[in-house]
Design a protein around this ligand. Structure first.
Ligand code: CU
Ligand code: CU
Length: 367
């Protein structure tokens, strides 16, 4: 019963979310009526309804401008920080502000989110192994928050309640400072209590540390190719995907799943890639409430670098799974392929039907 109602929620455009949002109810009720008429006309009312409707997806469009972020831009939006030098060390300074904000995660489904810098995921921080990182955190929200980074740092800089700066109260700020280690694909998230709530409200992001070729003389070429500049020299198309979910009814279960927050975002706007370029995806799982999430690519295989901490692939596959906070780097290409749409999605069908599905639009050459 509950699963059917979760699906109906999304397909009907957020009847459940209306209770949370209050405004704009009429449009959503209208869609719900339409939906019920469809069901009454014999299009199915049960578990198989999404397919009975002739495919998955949402009706209507999400207003990315009102959200203040667009999943098609989040893919490529790297925050390299403000760069300076201290002796022979590169210093990168970032500023992250916690902001309470209502986010439209599917057409007509509004989620009262807590965000870093107004987007979910928050900014994708990027640095090079050994850089000094200084992250100023300002709490502009109504609840205490922190930023807890995965990576190496002292206990004081861990961003957990009761240690170091601890909980940062509304209106307060702190600075987290540490050297960027180890290289790889990492993440950051709020660590205030209750942790589940603070994470799933949207306080998380990806944190990429590039290898420094000078520290890996035996693998200097691979390290260079993995770096921000090296990837651009070598025409590697790099993108960030954060797998996430939203509990719009606050029952401890997700009603909507996505990569980079918008249900079916990359079905509505497929990711254009060329059949003459290499693709690298930094994939992070920040789904709350479900023990695992997964990524499956159609008609192709990828090299997977678990946690991104190695320059040699861990596995060659078309499906990987991650528990929360697990992450890794996928590398693949479509060389020799004819143009066409290649689906990618979680390999949990329920997640797919609730939004976690998209396409690579493979075109000739290098778009
Ligand atoms: Cu928090
Ligand atoms: Cu599939």
């Amino acid at each position: 019963m509950r699963k059917v109602s979760r699906r109906e929620l999304l397909r009907a455009g957020g009847v459940g979310a209306a209770a949370v949002v209050g405004g704009g109810l009429l449009g959503r009720v209208g869609r719900a009526e339409e939906h019920r008429h469809g069901a009454a006309a014999g299009q199915g009312t049960g578990h198989g309804e999404a397919t009975a409707h002739g495919g998955m997806g949402t009706i209507g469009t999400v207003d990315h401008a009102r959200n203040g972020f667009d999943p098609s831009e989040i893919l490529y939006d790297w925050d390299l920080g403000e760069v300076s030098r201290r002796g022979d060390q590169t210093v990168r300074e970032y500023r992250i502000v916690a902001i309470d904000k209502e986010v439209e995660i599917a057409p007509g489904v509004f989620f009262p989110a807590w965000t870093y810098n107004g987007s979910i995921p928050g900014p994708t921080l990027r640095a090079t192994e050994g850089d000094r990182l200084r992250i100023e955190f300002v709490n502009g929200g109504a609840h205490p928050h922190t930023i807890h980074f995965h990576g190496l740092h002292s206990a004081r800089m861990d961003g957990v309640p009761g240690i170091g700066a601890g909980d940062v109260m509304p209106g307060d700020s702190t600075v987290y400072e540490f050297d960027a280690f180890p290289f790889g694909c990492h993440l950051y998230h709020c660590h205030s209590a209750p942790l589940k709530r603070h994470i799933h409200k949207g306080l998380y992001g990806a944190f990429v540390i590039d290898p420094d070729p000078a520290r890996h003389p035996d693998q200097a070429d691979a390290a260079r190719r993995r770096s921000y500049e090296g990837a651009r020299e070598a025409n590697v198309r790099e993108m960030v995907m954060v797998m996430n979910g939203f509990d719009t009814t606050f029952d401890g279960e997700n009603e909507v799943y996505a990569v980079n927050s918008i249900a079916f975002g990359y079905q509505v706007a497929p990711i254009r890639v060329g059949n003459d370029e290499d693709i690298r995806v930094y994939l992070v799982n920040l789904t709350e409430f479900d023990p695992i999430n997964s990524f499956h690519l159609h008609g192709n295989f990828f090299d997977y670098y678990d946690t991104g901490t190695s320059l040699v692939p861990t596995v060659h596959t078309d499906t990987i799974m991650q528990c929360q906070a697990q992450r890794g780097i996928l590398e693949f290409n479509f060389r020799g392929y004819e143009p066409g749409m290649h689906m990618f999605h979680a390999h949990q069908t329920e997640f797919v039907e609730l939004g976690w599905m998209g396409f690579f639009d493979v075109v000739e050459g290098r778009p």
